[in-house]
Structure formats: C-alpha cells, structure tokens
Design a protein around this ligand. Structure first.
Ligand code: IMP
Length: 422
C-alpha cells in the first residue's frame, strides 16, 4: 500500500473507523496527526464494538500506534479510553502506543472555557463537542500550552502552568468563573502523569521507527469540510483536517505520504452549526437519520442529514490530492424511491461549482439537483459489485463521474465483511 492517508471528505462521521480497521491488516503502523478526543470512531469486530476517540484505530489490531505532534491530548480522557479498551481484553503497552512528547495537553481549563464560551454565544454557537479542542489549539498558537514533555520536570511544569493560568484566570474572571490554581491542575494530572510519560517519545525517534516500516497509515479525524483553513469557517474544528497536515502533525514529512484515500458517505451529514446547502429538514432527512443511525459517537447529538453534495466533495478531493475514495453507507438509501445529487449551486443569477468562503452568500445558495431512480432493493451486506442492484451501481458511477474519482471500496454494512473491493 505504501504510506497512505485516510481522511473524511465531508463534515466527519463518514465511516472512517470501519475503513481504517478494514485496511489495518495491510499496514504496520497507524498514526493520528490532528484533532483530539472530539473524534469518534466506531469499530465492529465480530460481535464486539469498540468506540475510540483519541487512540489510533490500529490499536485494536495490535499495530504500532502513534499519537502525533499535531494532536491535542487530554490525558484524563486518554487513560479512561485506554482503561475501557484494556477491560475489553486489549493490552496497551508503551511499546505499542507512542505519543509525541511535544504534543500539547488539553486540561480541565480548556474544556471549561470551551463550554463557557459556547454557552454565552446562544444562537451563534459553533456547536463544538465541548471537549476543549479549540482553547487547547489557541493556547498552542499563543505559546502558553503545556506539552507532554513539560510533565518531566516540576519546575518547568510550574512555570508553564503559571503562564497558562495567568491567561485563563483573566478570561475566567471576566466570564464569572472561579479562579483555578496551579496546585489544582497538578493534582488533576498526578494520577496519569507517570504513565503518560512512559508513552512519550521524541518526534525524531517516532519518525525513525515509522520509517522502518513499509506501510504506515495516517488516520484522519473529523472531515475536510471542518478544516480550520479550508472548511466552512468559522463553523469548523480548530485543526487542519486535510492531508497536508500529515507533514506537520504525524512526525513524518511531506515526502513520506504516498497516497490519500478519501472516505465519502453516500449522502451528507453534519453535527453542530454551519452551512449545509443540501440539508433535508423534512421526512427524508428524518428517514436518513433513523436508517443511517445518525447520532454522534462523541456527543450523542442527532446529526443533520441531506443529499450527497458533489460540489463540496470535489473541493475536498482537489484540496487534499485524493486519488481514490471509499464510499460508505450506500445501503442506507435502499428504500428511497428517488435520490438527488447536488451538482452545482445557484446564488442570485450566478452558478458556482464550489462553496464560496464569503459567509454572506451562504443563505442564498440554491442547490442544483440531478434526480436519480432509487433501487428499492436491499444492497445491505453486498460483497461484490454484481450483488448490487443495477440502479445502485448507476448511483455510484454518477458520483464517480461528478467527482472525477474512482471508488476502490464500497461499504454496505457496519461489519468488516460487508464490503466490496473494486
Ligand atoms: P470542536 O472540534 O469540538 O471544536 O467542534 C467544532 C465543530 O466540529 C463542531 O461543529 C463539531 O460538531 C465538529 N466536530 C468535531 N469533531 C467531530 C467529529 O469527529 N465528527 C463530526 N463533527 C465533529
């Protein structure tokens, strides 16, 4: 396979967990390179279901797993996730899980600030996962974050926390929240500090180890449309979610990425606020939500649902140099009589083949749709293209043509074996 990135091409929740797990056997190592425990990956192996937020999915298959320098790490959440996975019978030793020592920490003050700011914004809120991701990345850019390596020395840790809490306490006072002391944060970290350090490795050492393997998988979290630079800003997450981020967040460099596979859901969903041109606030949207079990893994929120939007997907493919895609959840559309695909936008008297970044235009977008016949037969669990109803094949082909891309995998159910390889 060579070193391959797997990234979502919509607003996250495209079913990356299954595809990453499905392909994991072909890789020697799996690396997370951005985001934090805002991600939610559900993996079904036999009759067991694993829910991961921060751990790379490869951990379930015993692969060498890395939490790279571009990730923000909530150590308490990490060890509670590790505990659950270990209770399910998978041991996570320090030789199996390496965490870049320069990764920045998410602390309770980040989570609290995330939630406080969201609660003050009312209608204008982003709809974050409330896990402190945004404030942690802000502190990283503001040069006041605490990194994992800062936990190695009491004096440095105290200095870093002084700096961080000076800023947070100023904000907290203005928001009417209680002041936080250095001792409080140190007490929070104490139960996990020693074990976290057993996993901490210099990025250089991690790079050497990863370079000793022929096939490394870079596991994306969220989706391309949530990218802080190219996504639907400001309704985005705070990290770069596109493949380019691998060069800065995985411990490996730009030439070490050989191919990017994009994950596409056969329709569109998003959680949180922000533009969604093909959203269906009607019976069909409800049908997709129920049929697709569209409830957030992390937050338990209902996902907003809509038709497949080729405009947005083409953009994501272009901006991340995606060369092939895996199409997921095709079976969710099985019962529909008619299916629409958005092929362009009309704004006023102009047509657009991309989503303009200018926020004032978003309310005026009228999607231009093509309508296709639904197949109204089961595609669930199909393992070969021949097992797919002809009209379902037509739908896949139309998506390929509109997005100028080939599907190399079609997923027809949550289990590993419910997959078509092309
Ligand atoms: P944050 O990443 O918690 O700051 O949330 C920012 C936006 O990204 C919100 O709309 C979240 O719902 C969305 N988001 C964050 N992580 C995920 C994910 O893993 N899947 C889908 N949406 C996500």
């Amino acid at each position: 396979m060579g070193n391959t990135a797997i990234i979502g091409l919509q607003w996250g929740d495209e079913g990356k967990g299954k595809i990453v797990d499905f392909l994991a056997d072909k890789f020697d190592a799996v690396v997370r390179f951005q985001g934090g425990h805002n991600a939610g990956h559900t993996i079904k192996v036999g009759d067991k279901t694993y829910k991961l937020s921060l751990l790379p999915s490869g951990i379930i298959r015993g692969k060498f797993s890395v939490i790279g320098s571009g990730v923000v790490v909530d150590p308490i959440a990490l060890f509670s996730e590790i505990k659950k996975i270990e209770e399910a019978g998978i041991k996570i030793e320090s030789e199996k899980l390496a965490i870049a020592e320069n990764a920045c920490l998410i602390l309770s003050v980040h989570r609290e600030l995330d939630q406080l700011l969201e609660s003050k914004k009312g209608e204008k809120k982003i709809g974050t996962t409330g896990r402190g991701i945004g404030p942690a990345y802000e502190d990283r850019a503001g040069r006041r974050a605490v990194r994992i390596c800062d936990l190695m020395d009491d004096k440095i840790l105290t200095e870093r926390l002084e700096n961080l809490l000076f800023y947070h306490n100023l904000l907290r006072k203005s928001l009417g929240a209680e002041i936080v002391t250095i001792q409080q944060i140190i007490a929070e970290l104490e139960p996990v500090r020693a074990r976290l350090l057993t996993h901490a490795k210099p990025a250089f050492e991690i790079a050497k180890k990863l370079n000793s393997f022929a096939n490394v998988m870079f596991e994306g979290a969220q989706g391309a449309l949530l990218d802080v630079t190219y996504g639907t800003y400001p309704f985005v997450t705070s990290s770069n979610t596109m493949a380019g981020q691998i060069a800065l967040g995985s411990c490996l460099g730009v030439a070490d990425l050989h191919k990017t596979i994009g994950i596409l859901k056969a329709y569109t969903t998003r959680v949180g606020s922000g533009p969604f041109p093909t959203e269906l606030e009607c019976e069909i949207g409800n049908f997709l939500r129920i049929e697709g079990k569209e409830v957030g893994t992390v937050t338990g929120r209902d996902r907003r649902c809509g038709w497949f939007d080729a405009v947005l997907v083409r953009q994501s493919i272009q901006l991340s140099s995606v060369k092939e895609v895996a199409l997921t959840k095709l079976d969710v559309l099985d019962k529909l009589e008619k299916i629409k695909i958005c092929v362009g936008y009309k704004i006023g008297d102009k047509t657009f083949d991309y989503l303009p970044q200018a926020n004032h235009l978003w309310d005026q977008i009228e999607p231009i749709y093509e309508e296709m016949e639904g197949w109204q037969e089961s595609s669930f669990g199909a393992k070969t293209l021949a097992e797919l109803p002809q009209k379902a094949r037509n739908y896949v082909k139309r998506i390929e043509d509109l997005c100028s891309i080939k599907a190399s995998i079609i997923s027809t159910g949550p289990k590993r074996e419910e997959t078509i390889i092309l």
